[in-house]
Each structure stands twice: as C-alpha cells, then as structure tokens.
Design a protein around this ligand. Structure first.
Ligand code: HPA
Length: 266
C-alpha cells in the first residue's frame, strides 16, 4: 500500500527532472520503447522515488520529457510480480505532476479475425475479468471517489483526435475491445475463443489497471494497441515474444507519425 506522500515524492522528482509540469503523458508498450529515443531529456526510473523497476524485456525504464509531454518508456506488469496497485503507481505520480490526459499504448494479439498483424487499433473499451482491481483497499479521496463511472473509460474526444491524426499519416485505424489477461503465458486457444465470445477483439497483459487508476482521478485516457500477432488459435496461430517485438518495431514509424501529431494537437 502506498501513502499519498509516496506519490507526491515521485511527482516532485518528475516535475523537477522536467523543469515544469506537463498535461499529457504517453506510455510506450512492448517493442515501442525506442520510438522517441533522442527526443527529450531522459531520467531513469531508478531516480524517481518509489517507482518500481521494469523487469520485462523491451521495457527500458526511462522517462523522456519533451516540450509538451512526459513519455514513459517502459511500464510494469502484474506478471512481473507487481501488484495491480504497483503497476499503476506511476499514473498517480503523473497526475500529481500535472498530467490530465494519458495515452496508453501496448502490443496486443488479435482475437478478432478481421484484424491483422501490423494493424494499429484504438481501444474502445476493456474487459477485466482477472478479479483484480488496483483500487481495492481504502479509498484515497484526494485522487477520487470510492465508486466512479467507467462508461466512457476511453475518451471519445481523444479517439476522434487520434482518428484524424491516423488519417493524416495514412493509417487505416481499427478499433476494438481489449481483453486483459495477466500472462506471462500466452493464452490457450480455448481462452481466446472465450475472449471472443465475451466481446474481446484484442488481448494483452497491460493497460487496464492504468486506465482504471487514471479514470479514478479524472484523467482522460486513450488506448492504442499495435496488433503484433493473431491470438493463439485464431487461424491456427501460435505466438512468440520474438514475433511480438518484431511486429511492434515494424509498426513504429507509422505509430510515431500518429502520436507526434496527436500530442501536438490535444
Ligand atoms: N496475448 C497476450 N498479450 C499479447 C499478445 C497475445 O497474443 N500479443 C502481444 N501481447
């Protein structure tokens, strides 16, 4: 359990590293960590009090500060052994550092057979049947109310802005529901059939705890998935981490075009 002071200490370090606060944060998912290399001042997560250390491959653990955004290169996952609260620690730290809109990117498998590896998809909603929620426990009123609405968890306004930027970059954007699985094992074909039956289009191991935490404190959230593979069993697919990394890397140029425009516009 973190105290409010833990979040404040992290926020203070972030603002001081940045020389001021930013309203927008961008979180880079698996295989996208190098996307904004060289675009701003770098601070290692290890220099920010109370930040966990990313242990996942492809997650660098660096904060890049640009003129108009904090860019998080590397995030934390439940499968690393962190609690759901720890995976979202940075979201509250960013909130106290001034962030009011957060773009969460990730690599995801396609449950929906109409999607293909290399596609970029907006997250319209999510399904979290993990039984976990980062906000279980005493409520911290300074962040938000005990019970809060999730009917528009992924901001329609930010999605519209993202769609416009994607069009300008020549990206044919997909949109779908993100189904959370803890990993680290990829899913079985039966699990993917279940996810499809329940309304999932994409499957992945991140994003939902951060989204919940961000909505609690009233941030606008945008979720963007890079489809790196067909989910297990879809069209007979199997999944490998190498394929995930390679496909996310290959989509990097298009994604960067869209994200740069978006950060400037919102
Ligand atoms: N399943 C879960 N997480 C993922 C996948 C997948 O198929 N691809 C990328 N992240």
């Amino acid at each position: 359990m973190y105290t409010y002071a833990d979040y404040e200490a992290a926020a203070e370090a972030i603002v001081s590293a940045a020389g001021g606060s930013r309203r927008t944060a961008l979180v880079l998912g698996s295989g996208m960590g190098a996307l904004f290399k060289g675009s701003g001042r770098v601070t290692a997560y290890s220099e920010i009090p109370n930040f966990p250390r990313p242990t996942a491959p492809m997650h660098r653990g660096e904060l890049i500060v640009t003129d108009n955004a904090y860019i998080m290169c590397g995030r934390f996952h439940r499968y690393e052994g962190y609690t759901s609260e720890q995976t979202a620690f940075y979201v509250r730290a960013l909130y106290l550092a001034g962030v009011r809109q957060i773009i969460l990117t990730n690599a995801a498998g396609a449950v929906n057979p109409a999607f293909s590896p290399g596609d970029i998809a907006l997250i319209s909603d999510h399904i979290n049947l993990s039984g976990e929620n980062p906000l279980i426990g005493e409520n911290e009123e300074r962040f938000g109310e005990r019970f809060f609405d999730m009917s528009e968890a992924y901001s329609p306004e930010l999605r519209a802005a993202a769609a416009e930027c994607a069009r300008e970059c020549g990206i044919e954007l997909k949109e779908g529901v993100y189904f959370y699985m803890s990993g680290p094992s990829y899913e079985t074909p039966a699990e993917i059939r279940a996810a499809a039956a329940l309304g999932g289009d994409l499957v992945g191991m991140s994003t939902v705890f951060e989204c919940i935490t961000a909505r609690h404190c009233g941030m606008k959230v945008l979720g963007i998935s890079c489809v790196t593979n067909m989910a297990c069993g879809v069209a007979g697919a199997s999944v490998s981490a190498a394929e995930v990394e390679e496909t996310a890397g290959a989509a990097g140029g298009r994604l960067r075009c869209m994200l740069e425009k978006l950060i400037e516009r919102i």
